[in-house]
Design a protein around this ligand. Structure first.
Ligand SMILES: *Cc1c(COP(=O)(O)O)cnc(C)c1O
Length: 402
């Protein structure tokens, strides 16, 4: 059964990734670059596997959170542009320089350190295989992040000219990009806050342009913005969750649905889910009515029951809050989690299934036959969002491309 020789594994549907990449390419102008957010182990889907499939399908850039993710991609032979969107320790900036990674910058300390370590011609320190990431002048490409209303990374709009001036003091730093991030574009169908952020961003860009500072790559859009508002695309669309086939939120799905009816570029837009998380049955046994299951004896079966032990638990990313409320698919049937999820095991009720035997396949997330367990439904049950559920699937679990 477990053809991959693992007791749990994640299957990645490469055709679905390619489909989703194509959907986004259909709704952005041909000159707009598509950046795929592959941070957090490609939202739990597998950093290297997803990156290679997405690039082959036509994505242009990759977005990672950390220098380690960026290095893992280079080591796997990925030489396409990589933008590190999260914080890089000053002690590790030289690794970013040597590998030609693009960096999001927003504080003086980082800029000064970058200036210091590039005070020689940095092209001499670039690794040979990162040639595509070096612009012709041998400078390091940085993207200035503007704070427009999410209050996380970013320089205040009024400080942008000051930061540009600081960066320009260093001859080997090239301001390749300027960006911001929306705070409230998927949690609502009221887009006024996002519009205000966009306006602030545009004001910063045009005031810099008035001073003769033209930054080639402007970017603001995440999945929701890319689907909903073409005016947010600028030069790069940074798409994460929806490249994995998920909607950023029910509200975004609703607004896209309304726009689809109006026709236009979204008319034929569709997403396909990419990930299926599987395990197998480790043991099956019959227990009498009233038998307690799991630590704390939090659940007693209400009838004579057949139970199955699954060899996965909260360490694998099957959240402990799914105790008593989770469901899995066995033989195309929904089976409820009994008692508490353990560290490495979970018990489910298979009384209503046809004959279940050891090493039968179990779907924790995804489709089996005509039944499906969605990330949204699991996330709902534990008070979180699809993003968190999938990113927490343990990265050590094997990702298998199908
Ligand atoms: C993660 C991330 C994105 C992608 O957001 P989604 O909502 O998953 O599409 C875009 N931009 C930045 C800066 C990010 O960190």
């Amino acid at each position: 059964m477990a053809s991959v020789n693992q007791k749990t594994w994640v299957e990645i549907d490469q055709a679905a990734i390619a489909h989703n990449v194509q959907q986004f390419k259909n709704i952005i102008e041909p000159e707009v670059k598509l950046l795929v957010a592959v941070k957090a182990n490609a939202y739990g889907h597998g950093l290297v596997e997803v990156s290679k499939i997405a690039l082959a399908a036509g994505a242009d850039w990759l977005g990672v959170d950390s220098i380690d993710e960026a290095l893992a991609l280079r080591q796997a032979g990925v030489n396409d542009p990589i933008l590190i969107v999260g914080y890089v320790l000053r002690s590790r900036l030289s690794e970013a320089v040597e590998n030609g990674f693009r960096l999001i910058v927003y504080n003086r300390e980082t800029i000064e350190e970058l200036g210091k370590i590039t005070s020689f011609d940095p092209s001499t320190r670039l690794r040979a295989n990162s040639a595509q990431d070096r612009n012709s002048k041998g400078k390091i490409n940085i993207h200035l992040k503007i704070e427009t209303g999410i209050s996380r990374q970013g320089v205040m709009p009024e400080d942008a000219p000051k930061f540009v001036k600081l960066i320009k003091k260093f001859p080997h730093l090239n301001i390749e990009g300027i960006s911001t991030h929306f705070a409230n574009i998927e949690d609502t169908t009221d887009y006024s806050y996002a519009q205000k952020q966009l306006k602030t961003f545009q004001e910063v860009v045009s005031s810099l342009e008035k001073e003769g500072v033209n930054i080639p790559l402007k970017h603001t859009a995440n999945s929701a913005a890319t689907m909903l508002f073409p005016e947010t695309h600028f030069d790069i669309a940074r798409v994460g969750i929806s490249l994995y086939g998920f909607w950023p939120s029910p509200e975004a799905q609703q607004t896209v649905g309304e726009k689809k009816k109006e026709g236009g570029v979204l008319k034929d837009f569709s997403l396909q889910t990419v990930l299926t998380w599987k395990t197998i049955v480790a043991q099956v046994k019959d227990v009498k009515v009233g038998t307690a299951v799991g630590y704390g004896c939090t659940e007693r079966v209400e009838r004579d029951s057949r139970i199955a032990v699954l060899p996965i638990g909260y360490w694998d990313g099957y959240d402990r809050k799914l105790s008593r409320v989770g469901e899995v698919l066995i033989k195309g049937q929904r089976c409820k989690v009994l008692g508490r999820v353990f560290m490495n095991m979970t018990v489910v009720d298979v009384t209503d299934c046809e004959e279940v035997t050891v090493e039968d396949e179990v779907v924790l997330l995804g489709r089996q036959g005509s039944a499906e367990i969605t990330a949204d439904s699991l996330a709902d049950r534990i008070g979180t969002i699809n993003y968190e559920f999938v990113t927490r699937i343990n990265p050590l679990i094997k990702r298998v491309v199908v």
